[in-house]
Design a protein around this ligand. Structure first.
Ligand code: CMX
Length: 433
C-alpha cells in the first residue's frame, strides 16, 4: 500500500533525527512556565511536538508547511471540481508531500475498500438515534468499531515496538474510511429516511458524502471536500487533537483515542461552536425579521456579552488574526451565493462583532475562527439541522489526529504524563521559595 511504503521509506531518517536531537540536546530549555499559565489552561506552554501541522498566531494553520490557499491550489482535484480530493489531503498529512492524482486516488480507493459498517453498529445507532445528540451517536459508533482494532489484537499477540505504527495506520485507514458513512447514516436516521448509505465506487469521498446525505449538485460536493480538508488538523494542542494524542499515548488504539477526542470536540468552546454559531445567526435573523441594521446588531452583540455569554465563532486560543479556514469558506460563499440572506448576516457579524469584542477588551483575538462561517455554507445547501454540524467537523478532524497518531507510534512517543502541583506549592514558588 502506497502510504505504508512512503512512511516506511522515511522512518529510518526520522528516527535517527529524533534520537540524535534528544540525546545531544535533551537538556536544552525551550520555554518557561508561569503561574498564570498553570492556572490559565496551559495557554502557549510549548510541550508537544507535531510535524503534521503548525498554527502561526499571525498567519494561521500550515498543513505540512503549506498554507490553506496553497493546499487548496496544489492538491489534485477530481475532474471539473474546484476543491481537491480529501484522499490527497490525507496523503499530504501522512506522507508530507503533495500527491499526484494517482496517489490521491490510491487513498480514496483504500477508503472505498474499507467503508463497510458492521451490522451491530448500524443497529445500535438506529435504536439510539431518537434520544441522542449526533455527536453522542458518532462517538458511540467509533467505540463500537473498537473490537476490530488490528493494533489491539497484534499488541496482545506480542508485536514489537517498532512495528506499532503499522496496525495504527491500518486502523486509521479503516476508521477514516468508515466515518463519512457513519456520519451520513446518523444524518439519515435523525433527519431523513433512515437509509443505510451506500458508497458509489465511481465517486470520491466528498461527492460520496454529498450523495449519502441526499444533497445534489457539484457545489455541495466541493463544500464537503473543502469542509473535511479545512477541519482536518490544527496542530496538537487543541482539545480534540490533544485528547486523542493523550489517550493514544497509553497505547489505547485509535478507536478509544478518537472517541475521546470527539467527546472533547463536542464542547461549545471547541467544535460545537459551529452549531452554536449558526443558531446565533438564525436567532438574530428571527428576532429582527431579517438582516438587522448595523446599530441593531451592535446592540444585540453587546446585550449578549453583557448577559455573560460568549459570541460563538469569534476568538481563538492561539490565532491573533482572522482564521484562514474562515476566509477560505467565506470566499467560497461570496463567490457562489453572495445574495443569501444568512451569508449577508454572517458578513455583517464579521464587520461588527470584532469591533464590539475589541471595545469590550477581554478577548485576546476578536477575529472570526473556522466556526463563524462553516454552518452558513451547510445551511445554504440544505443541511439545515445544525446540531449535525459538529459531526462534520469530527469526520474532518479524524484525518489530522490519526495522521498524528500514526507518526507518534512510528517515532515511539511515550506515555504523556505532565506534573501537577498544589496551590500551596505555587504560592511558595511565587514567594521565591
Ligand atoms: N465572546 C465573548 N467573550 C470572549 C470571546 C467571545 N467570542 N472570546 C474570548 N472571550 C473572553 C473569554 O471568555 C475570556 O473571558 P474571561 O476572562 O471572563 O474568562 C476572555 O475573553 C479572554 O479569553 P481569551 O484568552 O481571548 O480566549 P481563550 O484562549 O481563553 O479561549 C476561545 C478561546 C475560542 C474558547 C474563546 O475565544 C471563545 O470562547 N470563543 C467563542 C467559542 C468559539 O468560537 N469556539 C470555537 C474555537 C475554534 C474551535 O476550536 O473550533
Amino acid at each position: 500500500m502506497i502510504l505504508h511504503d512512503k512512511i516506511s521509506a522515511q522512518l529510518p531518517d526520522w528516527r535517527a533525527r529524533v534520537t540524535k536531537l534528544v540525546k545531544e540536546h535533551g537538556e536544552a530549555v525551550i520555554d518557561q512556565v508561569t503561574i498564570g499559565q498553570v492556572y490559565g489552561g496551559m495557554r502557549d506552554v510549548k510541550s508537544l511536538v507535531s510535524d503534521i501541522s503548525y498554527v502561526d498566531p499571525a498567519e494561521g494553520i500550515r498543513l505540512r508547511g503549506y498554507s490553506i490557499p496553497e493546499v487548496l491550489k496544489l492538491l489534485p482535484k477530481p475532474q471539473g471540481a474546484q476543491m481537491p480530493y480529501v484522499g490527497g489531503l490525507y496523503y499530504l498529512l501522512l506522507v508530507g508531500e503533495i500527491p499526484t492524482a494517482a496517489q490521491a486516488l490510491a487513498v480514496e480507493d483504500e477508503w472505498k475498500a474499507r467503508s463497510l459498517i458492521p451490522q451491530n453498529i448500524l443497529g445500535c445507532l438506529a435504536s439510539n438515534a431518537a434520544q441522542m445528540h449526533p455527536m453522542t451517536l458518532l462517538s458511540q459508533a467509533v467505540l463500537g468499531l473498537q473490537p476490530g482494532s488490528q493494533f489491539t489484537r497484534r499488541y496482545h499477540a506480542g508485536m514489537k515496538k517498532d512495528e506499532y505504527w503499522l496496525p495504527m495506520l491500518e486502523d486509521s485507514l479503516d476508521l477514516t474510511a468508515k466515518l463519512p458513512v457513519l456520519a451520513a447514516y446518523i444524518y439519515n436516521l435523525k433527519y431523513r429516511n433512515g437509509e443505510v448509505p451506500q458508497t458509489d465506487p465511481n465517486l470520491d469521498m466528498g461527492a460520496n458524502f454529498a450523495r449519502m446525505i441526499g444533497v445534489e449538485g457539484a457545489e455541495y460536493e466541493d463544500v464537503a471536500r473543502l469542509y473535511f480538508i479545512l477541519h482536518s488538523d490544527h496542530e496538537l494542542g487543541n482539545v480534540s487533537a490533544h485528547v486523542t494524542h493523550l489517550v493514544a499515548s497509553s497505547l489505547s488504539d485509535i478507536y478509544f483515542a478518537f472517541s475521546a477526542g470527539l467527546n472533547g470536540l463536542a464542547g461549545p468552546l471547541h467544535g460545537l461552536a459551529n452549531q452554536e454559531c449558526l443558531g446565533w445567526l438564525l436567532d438574530v435573523h428571527r428576532k429582527f425579521g431579517g438582516v438587522p441594521t448595523n446599530e441593531q446588531l451592535r446592540q444585540y452583540a453587546w446585550d449578549w456579552l453583557n448577559s455573560g455569554r460568549v459570541i460563538p465563532g469569534y476568538g481563538h486560543a492561539v490565532l491573533r488574526v482572522p482564521d484562514p479556514r474562515f476566509t477560505a469558506q467565506f470566499e467560497f460563499a461570496q463567490k457562489h451565493f453572495p445574495d443569501d440572506e444568512i451569508l449577508r448576516l454572517a458578513a455583517m457579524v464579521y464587520e461588527i462583532v470584532p469591533q464590539v469584542l475589541k471595545e469590550q477588551g477581554k478577548a485576546k483575538n476578536p477575529a472570526p475562527n473556522v466556526d463563524a462561517i462553516s454552518g452558513t455554507l451547510q445551511y445554504h445547501y440544505g443541511v439545515r439541522e445544525f446540531d449535525f454540524y459538529t459531526v462534520l467537523f469530527g469526520v474532518g478532524r479524524a484525518l489530522g489526529v490519526t495522521a498524528n497518531a500514526v507518526w507518534a507510534r512510528a517515532l515511539g512517543q511515550p506515555l504523556e504524563r505532565p506534573k501537577s502541583l498544589t496551590t500551596a506549592m505555587l504560592e511558595a514558588a511565587a514567594k521565591g521559595k
